[in-house]
Design a protein around this ligand. Structure first.
Ligand code: AVJ
Length: 322
């Protein structure tokens, strides 16, 4: 086992200030909106983990099944020395790639990148222990701010799994892809996992499960604001809404106020009135077609090289290069 290295790319207080700025802007906006990245405190991460095991939530299973079949091909096509995982989280599907790259004899280092330092370091430490000789560097960073690609030697495979790219709005997504493209070197490759457009009933069920886990996950963002900003949101005074926007081709999650109410947010000196029935957007989760992905990648200077889906065509994994 080698020593685990930790690199912190965010200035002190960056996340606290970003949350205040997002709450200030989003709670004053018409209509109100909160960015989905604030779901993931400890309880939010636990609830998301639960979501990935729900019958209705197919993306995690579908992506894992694609990876299981394609990891060898991916390792062979890229022959990368370094695996960089953006939004690594628990890094649990990563082992399929690490194993294939180790078997191919190219793997030297693993760089998980995430904003959530505790979850990141825990995952990095586990992998560091399981892969002797692998150099592991955990990078604490917000991939919209700073990609955290190592400058070190060898070719790199940058992976962004889980369909998380769907959380970015179209303009943010274009900026992310362009920024990634500008940091990739000629021998590097990009592996992207994305959810696909399908029957809206299947999509809505995946974001509005019968057991109410997604509803609890959605409302948890209010508890995050209560804890971080001293706000007095009553999660029971809101209900979970999931809808398919056919024009944008995205799932939207909202919180609907069950009554007229006023919420105070002392840390940012804000008093926030809600009308009865007023809805606040908390997440978009964009769904894609192959054509749209090829077009958006090309616009960012990236070329789609390989494409895999699960047998039902629910989810896709693609390999792209500059
Ligand atoms: C982690 C962003 C991929 O959009 O499907 C799950 C988050 N939200 N259920 C997704 C989520 C509601 C998830 N991502």
């Amino acid at each position: 086992m080698t020593a685990l290295r930790v690199e912190r790319c965010l200035p002190d207080g960056f996340l606290a200030e970003a949350l205040r700025a997002d709450a200030r802007a989003g709670l004053s906006a018409i209509p109100k909106v909160l960015p989905p990245k604030w779901f993931y405190d400890e309880r939010g991460s636990e609830l998301f983990e639960k979501i990935t095991h729900l019958d209705e939530y197919y993306p995690t299973r579908a992506e894992r099944s694609i990876l299981r079949g394609a990891a060898g091909q991916i390792a062979g096509a890229t022959r990368a020395q370094t695996l960089v995982e953006l939004g690594a989280g628990a890094a649990d599907k990563t082992r399929l790639l690490l194993d294939a790259m180790a078997a191919g004899g190219t793997l030297a280092s693993f760089v998980p990148v995430d904003v959530s330092e505790t979850a990141l370091i825990e995952a990095a430490r586990r992998i560091d222990g399981e892969y002797p000789g692998l150099a592991v560097t955990a990078v604490v960073s917000d991939f919209e701010e700073h990609l955290g690609l190592p400058s070190g030697g060898g070719s790199r495979l940058v992976v962004f799994l889980g369909g998380t790219i769907g959380n970015l709005l179209p303009g943010q997504r274009a900026a992310f892809l362009a920024s990634l493209r500008s940091r990739l070197r000629p021998g590097d490759a990009f592996l992207l996992g994305t959810d696909l457009v399908k029957d809206p009933a299947v999509l809505v069920a995946a974001y509005d499960d019968a057991a109410g886990v997604t509803a609890a996950f959605n409302k948890n963002i209010l508890s995050v604001l209560n804890a971080a900003l001293g706000a007095d949101f009553d999660p029971d005074a809101f209900e979970h809404v999931a809808l398919w926007d056919a024009r944008q081709e995205w799932i939207e999650m909202r919180l609907r106020s069950l009554q007229e109410q006023v919420v105070t947010v002392p840390a940012i000196d804000l008093v926030v009135p809600f009308a009865e029935g007023e809805e606040m957007r908390t997440e978009v989760s964009a769904k894609f077609t192959r054509e749209r992905l090829e077009r958006e990648l090309r616009a960012a200077g990236l070329e789609l090289e390989q494409w895999w889906t699960d047998p039902d065509g629910d989810f896709a994994l693609l390999l792209a290069r500059r």
